[in-house]
Design a protein around this ligand. Structure first.
Ligand SMILES: [Zn+2]
Length: 173
């Protein structure tokens, strides 16, 4: 299985190929991504690569994607303890969602803690301006999932639903 550094190299290389072909396709008039879309894709691709990698299932040890969080790296330790290495965390659809869901739960907990300690903050933190269209989020989803799938391909894991079944069974035992 490739090390964290090798994964980062593979993903960065793949990104350059994608960027090159997109630039070419754009020149040919085949695609016309806007700059906000390009930035959204690039940002979530690299956050996915360096900070949200499937190998966070080893966060009880010192893995690259945990180190990328600096002093906040410890927040992934429970995630690492919860998920067995190359189990559910390394599946194609649910795997990337487990990390997003975990992070969302932590942020929600933080939000409620802040509101509990400082009730006056409640009116200051609003979610009204968060875009709610799929169109807006598409480049983010694409960038994040692509970064995760490249990792799984490099690990030699195929998008196989039977593998998902095995993962669940293993967890129950
Ligand atoms: Zn892996």
């Amino acid at each position: 299985m490739p090390s964290g550094n090798v994964h980062n190299l593979i993903n960065t290389g793949a990104f350059l190929v994608i960027a090159g072909s997109t630039a070419y396709a754009r020149q040919q008039g085949l695609v016309s991504p806007s700059w906000p879309e390009i930035l959204a894709f690039t940002g979530s691709f690299f956050i996915g690569t360096f900070m949200m990698s499937p190998d966070l299932d080893l966060a009880e040890q010192n893995v690259n994607s945990k180190k990328a969080w600096g002093p906040l790296g410890f927040i992934w330790v429970p995630y690492g303890k919860m998920f067995s290495h190359r189990g559910l965390s390394h599946t194609w659809i649910v795997g990337p969602l487990t990390r997003l869901g975990y992070l969302t739960l932590l942020l929600a907990a933080l939000y409620y803690l802040v509101v509990l300690l400082m009730p006056e903050m409640k009116s200051k933190i609003t979610f009204e301006n968060v875009p709610k269209t799929l169109e807006f989020w598409q480049p983010y989803i694409l960038g994040y999932y692509l970064s995760q799938w490249l990792h799984l391909i490099a690990d030699g894991i195929s998008p196989d639903m039977r593998a998902l079944g095995r993962t669940f069974k293993k967890k129950k035992r």
